[in-house]
Design a protein. Structure first.
Length: 116
């Protein structure tokens, strides 16, 4: 399926055929994070039923080829830090800031208001 045609969760699941069930659930959960909100790798892991798999969530999102359809940039470490390379982190930080998410000292200011 052409990525530009992905509009719904069902479209996304169809596009992800061949991926592991874990990867599909991580991508689908991340797909649901609205603009102006963020989640953490740990929260995504809990939402997909694998609470200790936060590193696996990070690895899965790191290799996601469906950005911006799957808004991987909206997932940060539990302390609000942007992980990965400095260039990638800076890019994600700018995207998040442009969406209205508060950032202080280079980290997302985590609060119930912005958490998905």
């Amino acid at each position: 399926m052409d990525a530009s045609r992905i509009r719904t969760e069902e479209d996304l699941r169809e596009a992800l055929k061949g991926h592991s069930e874990f990867e599909i659930e991580v991508y689908v959960t991340t797909f649901k994070i609205p603009k102006g909100k963020v989640s953490t790798y740990s929260r995504i892991a809990k939402l997909v039923g694998r609470p200790k798999a936060f590193r696996a969530v990070a690895n899965t999102l790191n290799k996601c080829s469906l950005w911006p359809i799957v808004p991987c940039h909206r997932v940060v470490a539990s302390n609000g830090r942007f992980t990965g390379t400095e260039k990638g982190a800076a890019s994600r930080r700018k995207l998040i800031r442009d969406e209205g998410v508060p950032i202080k000292g280079g980290r997302v200011v985590i609060s119930d208001d912005i958490l998905f």
